[in-house]
Ligand binder design. Structure first.
Ligand code: ASP
Length: 423
C-alpha cells in the first residue's frame, strides 16, 4: 500500500475514533494516544535543523557557478513575494465580497469574545506581539546570527540559512582537494539524515491517527457553526489558491501536469494538515520533491527551507480574510490606503511567521495593530483556529514545493537552451 493511502486511512480512522470519543464524552481518552503524534513531530523536528544546515552547505559548496545560486535565490524569493501579496489581496477581496463579518449577531459576538478572556497565556502572547514593532533595518540585521550555535539551538531558521549559505560559499574558496573531502562528508551526513526521515515516516499513519483523533475530541464544532461563513470563505479561498494559482503556475511555469504534482505530494499535504507545522514536514517535502518530482537537490535544499520560513500563502490568506472580517464585525471601515497597509504588513507578518502550529494567529495581531484594529478581535476567531491552521499549513507547504519545481524547471530549460537542445 502506498504511503499516502496509509496516512489517509490514519486520518480517517482518527476522525472517526475522535468523533466517537467526543460523542461518548470520553474526550480525555485522546490524551493517552496524543503522545504518539507528539513523538512523531518531535522526531521530525529533531532532523529538520541539522538537515537544513547540512543540505544547504552541501548545495552551496557544490554550486559550481555562483551566478546560478544568485539566480535561483532571486527567482525563488520573487515568486514567494508575488504569491504572498496575491494571497493576502485575494483573501481581502473575498472577505469584502462575501462579508462574513456582517452576518454575525451581537449575542454570538459576545459569546465568541468571551473565549479569549478565559485564555490568559494566549492573551499575553497577543499583547507582546502587538508591542513588537521591528524597524526595517532590524529585519536584515536579524538575518545574521551573532552566535550560529545559539541560532541552531533556538531553531532560528533564517539565521541558520544565512550561516549555512555563507559557510557553504566559503568552502568553495578553499583548496579543491580539501573541498572535495568536505563535500563528501556533507553528502554522507545528508544521506544519513534522509535515511533517518524515511525511518521516522514509518510511524506517520499511526501518528496522524493519534493527532487527528485528539484534535477532533477537543474541537468545538459549535464554533465552526457560528463562524461558518468566515470559515468557508477562508478555506474556500485557500482551496482556490492551491488548485487555481499554484495548479496553473505548475502547468504554465513548470510545464508539469498539476495532477502529477498534487498526486505525488499528497502524503506531504496530508502530513501538513495533520501536524500543522511546515518545519516538521520540511524533511519529507525535500525528499518527495527530489525523488518524486525530479527537482535537483541543490534547488530543494535551498528553496524549501527558505520557503518553509518566509513563504506562507495559507497564512497570508488567513490574515487577509481575518482582518477584514474583524473590521466588519467591529464596524471599522477600510479605505484603500488602509487596505494597502494591511497588504504590506501581512506580507511582513507572513515572513515573520515561523513554520510551527498556531503562530499565524499571533502574527495576525501585528497586522491588526498596523491597521489600528483592536487585537482583541482575535477572540472572535480563536475557536476555529486549529482547523484553519491545519488548512493553511497545507497551502504553506505545497506552495514551497510548487516554487521549487518552477525554479528547477526554469533552470533546466535554461541549461538546455545554452546547450542548444531547445531553441
Ligand atoms: N502552522 C503554520 C505553518 O507551520 C504557520 C501558521 O500558524 O500560520 O506553516
Amino acid at each position: 500500500m502506498k504511503m499516502h493511502t496509509k496516512i489517509f486511512i490514519g486520518l480517517l480512522g482518527g476522525a472517526i475514533v475522535g468523533s466517537l470519543l467526543a460523542m461518548l464524552k470520553l474526550g480525555q481518552a485522546a490524551a493517552y494516544i496524543k503522545p504518539l503524534g507528539d513523538l512523531f513531530i518531535k522526531l521530525l523536528k529533531m532532523i529538520t535543523i541539522p538537515l537544513i544546515m547540512v543540505s544547504i552547505m552541501a548545495a552551496t559548496a557544490g554550486f559550481a557557478d555562483l551566478k546560478k545560486l544568485g539566480r535561483v535565490g532571486l527567482k525563488g524569493v520573487s515568486f514567494f513575494l508575488i504569491s504572498t501579496i496575491f494571497a493576502v489581496s485575494l483573501g481581502m477581496t473575498a472577505a469584502n465580497i462575501f462579508k462574513p463579518g456582517q452576518h454575525l449577531d451581537p449575542e454570538k459576538k459576545q459569546a465568541l469574545m468571551a473565549e479569549i478572556r478565559t485564555n490568559a497565556d494566549f492573551q499575553k502572547q497577543i499583547d507582546s506581539s502587538v508591542g513588537k514593532k521591528k524597524k526595517p533595518a532590524d529585519f536584515f540585521l536579524d538575518l545574521i546570527p551573532a552566535n550560529p550555535f545559539a541560532a541552531l539551538a533556538q531553531g532560528d531558521m533564517l539565521a541558520v540559512i544565512t550561516f549555512s549559505v555563507l559557510l557553504g560559499l566559503a568552502f568553495s574558496l578553499i583548496a579543491s582537494a580539501k573541498r572535495e573531502k568536505v563535500l563528501e562528508l556533507l553528502q554522507a551526513v545528508n544521506d544519513a539524515l534522509i535515511a533517518l526521515v524515511k525511518g521516522v515516516m514509518k510511524l506517520a499513519p499511526f501518528a496522524v491517527f493519534a493527532l487527528i483523533a485528539s484534535v477532533v475530541t477537543q474541537f468545538g464544532f459549535h464554533f465552526l457553526l457560528s463562524l461558518l461563513r468566515y470559515s468557508l470563505v477562508t478555506i474556500g479561498v485557500m482551496a482556490a489558491f492551491l488548485f487555481g494559482y499554484y495548479g496553473l503556475a505548475v502547468l504554465f511555469l513548470a510545464r508539469t501536469n498539476p495532477v502529477h504534482f498534487f498526486r505525488n505530494l499528497s502524503a506531504v499535504g496530508l502530513l501538513a494538515f495533520s501536524t500543522s507545522s511546515s518545519n516538521a514536514v520540511l524533511p519529507e517535502n525535500m525528499i518527495s520533491c527530489e525523488q518524486k518530482l525530479g527537482v535537483n537537490r541543490d534547488i530543494t535544499s535551498f528553496i524549501l527551507p527558505l520557503g518553509a520560513t518566509i513563504n506562507m500563502s495559507g497564512t497570508s490568506i488567513y490574515h487577509g480574510v481575518s482582518v477584514v472580517f474583524i473590521a466588519q464585525v467591529f464596524g471599522y471601515s477600510l479605505p484603500l490606503q488602509k487596505q494597502l497597509i494591511i497588504i504590506l504588513s501581512a506580507t511582513l507578518a507572513a515572513i515573520g511567521t515561523a513554520g510551527i502550529p498556531g503562530i499565524g494567529i499571533i502574527t495576525l495581531a501585528m497586522v491588526l495593530g498596523a491597521a489600528n484594529i483592536p487585537a482583541e478581535g482575535i477572540g472572535l476567531i480563536i475557536g476555529v483556529e486549529r482547523i484553519l491552521d491545519m488548512c493553511r499549513t497545507v497551502l504553506n507547504v505545497l506552495g514551497d514545493s510548487a516554487t521549487a519545481l518552477i525554479v528547477d524547471r526554469s533552470e533546466k530549460r535554461r541549461e538546455q537552451r545554452q546547450r542548444g537542445i531547445i531553441p
